[in-house]
Design a protein around this ligand. Sequence first.
Ligand SMILES: Cc1cc2nc3c(=O)[nH]c(=O)nc-3n(C[C@H](O)[C@H](O)[C@H](O)COP(=O)(O)OP(=O)(O)OC[C@H]3O[C@@H](n4cnc5c(N)ncnc54)[C@H](O)[C@@H]3O)c2cc1C
Length: 570
Amino acid sequence: MKFHHDIVIVGAGLAGLRAAVECVEKADIAIVSKVLPTRSHSGAAQGGITASIGNEEEDHWEWHMFDTVKGSDYLADQDAVEIMVRDAPRVIYELEHMGVPFSRNTVGRIAQRNFGGHTRDYGKKPVKRACHVSDRTGRVVLDTLYDQCLRHKVKFYPEHYVLSLVLEDGRCDGMIAYDLSSGELNLIEAKAVLLATGGCGRIFKTTSNGFASTGDGLNLAHRAGIPLMDMEFVQFHPTGLYPLGILVSEAARGEGAILRNNQGERFMERYAPTVKDLAARDVVSRAILTEVREGRGFEGGFVHLDLTHLGEEKILEKLWEITSFVRIYLGIDPVHEPIPVYPTCHYIMGGIPTDAEGRVLKDESRTVTKGLYAAGECACVSVHGANRLGCNSLLDTLVFGRRAGLAMKEDIAKIEYHPVSDEPLEKAKELIGGLLDNKGPEKIAIIRRNMQSLMMDHCSVFRDEDNLGIGLEEIRSLKKRLRNVEIVNKGRYFNYELMEAIELGHQLDLAEVILLSAFRRKESRGAHFREDFPARDDTNFLKHTLVFPGGEVRYKSVTVTRYHPEARVY
Ligand SMILES: Cc1cc2nc3c(=O)[nH]c(=O)nc-3n(C[C@H](O)[C@H](O)[C@H](O)COP(=O)(O)OP(=O)(O)OC[C@H]3O[C@@H](n4cnc5c(N)ncnc54)[C@H](O)[C@@H]3O)c2cc1C
């Protein structure tokens, strides 16, 4: 079937929904999502959204900007960071007006709490900057934005899997989407397409990310000729629940929880004397694994996150959800016992390069791809550089989702409608048919497991040249093995095995890009720590990586406006 809209948004997380709300009154718009919209990963966000509204103590956007730039290990583009942090207070009040029931402090104002790396007065001490709805912030904001979309009658294509983008003459004219419920292929034409497809954490074995975070949008753009930027920067969140990897939000430490090693020592005092447990995530993750390596962890490779001194009342009010799933999954009660935690893959700082209006850039000279936009975790504008600070991601999705919406609304008046031939649809039919007919000894689940373990062993918190080199070779051989996969389920309806085969193809391509970017960056910066090059090297590597389709690696300069690189200590 063929459909047509002015604007089509791929992804119903915060970035996609916020963009839709922005342009729905001016355009015919639709949202395509492979999962039911409210099951997007944004709904799992617990901790909050940062803004320097200063409800608890003095705060300024300049402090927020400084922290974000320092947190990024000076790789973020500072013009983009400034746009984000200046817009943050507006974002919070706007959400409140849309109906988000933020938690309140004792005088009835929106409550704020501490989060790692957020400080007052340029690093002097932690500041309360994260606005939250208990520990269910993402869930509530996602539902609220979804309500807004329903109110405005946005057209949804739920459980539709986007297989490819249609690009012609450097312009995006639409996409091919596979209807999971019927097995039908659809061509959806559009004047403007926004990729808001989220992250790719499922490439790693230990991850906080949901099953849908397979990085499809990143690779759809890459396959269509777009380079991927800064993909070596993969964030490992310090406190994944051991041994499952699901997230224990930084909100726990924000509310006062303490990390302890097997001697009961508050070891973060040694690694970050000023802000201790509230240092940036890359610093805390390395500290935990260093404790484990040096024999001060617990057997199996974890440390303890201790909430017991906070008291039952505070724990249940502020950290209810975390507490309940620790009880359910581990049978441990955080009110009385410490929680076992270890680093878990959480977020990709890199992504599809865009300008501050979400327009996709196809090279280092900032050439725009007409009709193609990206926002949210799949995009790289870049506000997080080499390491994202907690609660800055929801902010990023809302600020740049809206800006992409504004840009699309304006641009479509100037874009002509280009009808698409049947060719892309025919190609997609061949692809699906080919996959279903494929014969061979390989299984998706086994290749995926191999990839996830390999990325964990070769490309996680600590990296070096030998390991990355071997990882690259092994990923390439897994890619070859994927050609011999046989899909057992030949059915039309909800054929998830088929979808997973396609997702795995994306994941392997992205794993290769991550390894390649990491292999080439011979320094340590933010989340990318090279044991063979443990220092940051601003002379040679204060630049963004761009990996082009085919594997060519080029670099792009970083925009520095206010804060010049200096030593990063917490
Ligand atoms: C457990 C957890 C807790 C977090 N907590 C916080 C927090 O407290 N604060 C914070 O700032 N950040 C937090 N983050 C990070 C933040 O939640 C994410 O970065 C952000 O929500 C991403 O939003 P998004 O709109 O880019 O994408 P997502 O919310 O991930 O949505 C992606 C969408 O793309 C669609 N999609 C993907 N591929 C396809 C395809 N091929 N075809 C069709 N549709 C497709 C999916 O269906 C989905 O609708 C957390 C992340 C996790 C995993």
